[in-house]
Design a protein around this ligand. Structure first.
Ligand code: PMP
Length: 378
């Protein structure tokens, strides 16, 4: 099987699985317990947070909250900040590029009376910084902007966004960096909060992180025993938390090397596809190399995914979270991609396990799929 759906999820590393199992066997204690074993668990929890801070050289005012994934991290940050600031600022700025775990949260806040504004998107999938400037005011509580898009791979200029946002002292910048970690350098310095999900960088499903600058900026949305600085109550899952740190260390250590490898594969695939008439690369240049979105105008994306799947090539249409929805993908629409090209788009996404052989195999099978659909191409 050739797995080219790494933006949906990645294979867990064996040493991450081993760590998870080992900590479960030997350190299953509750870090909140007052006895010696509980204290040992609490110390390990703190150490793993310190290791993350050290890994990124995070400034002192940052803290780490362990969560179950980026969906939870995005919910805790976006709702928590909105509620905290609602008395004096009720505008939230986002864009249609965001993942549903951001967009659906802001939609639910809209129902609660928050004023949601969407920044325009340029043809190459960047948020329009001039438009962002024009939307900013003292009423803005939060701007939420992803670092790398999960469907097209384009990278947002987080530093430039932060410069605009931070001219307004009440405004907070939340960054969903799920698709950036391990692929490009994380811009956590510009962010006030940042979300990550373990299973996107060869960790496990059900483990996530939220980096928080100034914990008091967030009102808790999960109430209970007060764990994780009161922001994520519930018994701490030490094995899963220690395992994500393991995955994170490797992802950061290997990211420059991986970038090189995936850039080569990305260019190789683009050059190969350019030889096929009717096939269009949708991802803009300068996108993160692990995501390549390709359009086949006239053919349905689902037909292509099934055709590749028949040859044991696993890839997806848009994203795993939205591929079952019938509507046209909003990210591609915002980038002015023609309707037929959107309907016929597939996403090829690579990861640390992608090999030269996988790319060769993909190209071979691509020929077969192309033969099947070429009559339909417009
Ligand atoms: N943000 C982005 C950009 C993503 O790609 C994903 C996963 N598809 C998420 C958030 C949500 O992550 P999870 O499903 O692990 O909670």
């Amino acid at each position: 099987m050739i797995y080219l759906d790494n933006a949906a999820t990645t294979k867990p590393r064996q040493d991450v699985l081993d760590t998870f199992l080992k900590v479960n066997e030997s350190l299953y204690f509750n870090p909140n317990s007052p006895h010696k074993a509980g204290i040992q668990a609490e110390q390990l929890l703190q150490q793993s947070k310190d290791q993350i801070k050290e890994l990124f050289k995070l400034e002192k005012d940052f803290d780490i909250v362990f969560t179950s994934g980026a969906t939870e991290s995005n919910n805790i940050a976006i709702k928590g900040i909105a509620y905290k600031k609602r008395a004096f600022a009720n505008v939230i700025i986002t864009s249609v590029l965001e993942h549903p775990s951001v967009l659906e949260v802001v939609r639910s806040l809209e129902n609660e009376g928050f004023d949601i504004k969407y920044v325009n998107v340029t043809k190459d999938g960047q948020i329009d910084l001039e438009h962002l400037k024009s939307l900013m005011s003292d009423k803005v509580a939060l701007v939420t902007c992803m670092q790398v898009n999960n469907i097209m791979g384009q990278i947002q200029p987080i530093e430039a966004v932060a410069k605009i946002v931070h001219q307004y002292p009440k405004a907070h910048l939340h960054v969903d960096a799920v698709q950036a970690i391990g692929k490009i350098a994380l811009d956590f310095k510009s962010a006030d909060t940042m979300s990550l999900s373990g299973h996107k960088f060869h960790g496990l499903k059900g483990q996530g992180l939220l980096f928080v600058r100034n914990l008091h900026q967030i009102e808790p949305i999960v109430h209970g025993g007060g764990q994780e600085y009161g922001l994520r109550s519930g018994t701490v899952n030490l094995p899963i938390d220690i395992a994500i740190v393991k995955a994170l260390k490797v992802a950061v250590k290997e990211s420059a090397q991986l970038y090189e490898k995936l850039s080569e594969f990305n260019q190789e695939i683009i050059q190969f596809l350019n030889e096929y008439s009717g096939v269009k690369v949708n991802s803009p240049s300068g996108a993160s190399p692990h995501i390549l979105n390709v359009g086949f105008p006239g053919v349905k994306g689902e037909v292509l995914v099934n055709a590749f799947s028949k040859y044991d090539i696993m890839l997806s249409t848009t994203s795993a979270c939205s591929s079952k929805k019938a509507s046209l993908n909003e990210v591609l629409l915002a980038m002015d991609i023609p309707k037929t090209q959107i309907e016929g788009s597939i996403r090829i996404s690579m990861g640390a396990n992608t090999t030269t052989d996988d790319i060769r195999n993909f190209k071979e099978k691509f020929n077969l799929v192309y033969e099947e659909v070429k009559e339909l191409l417009k």
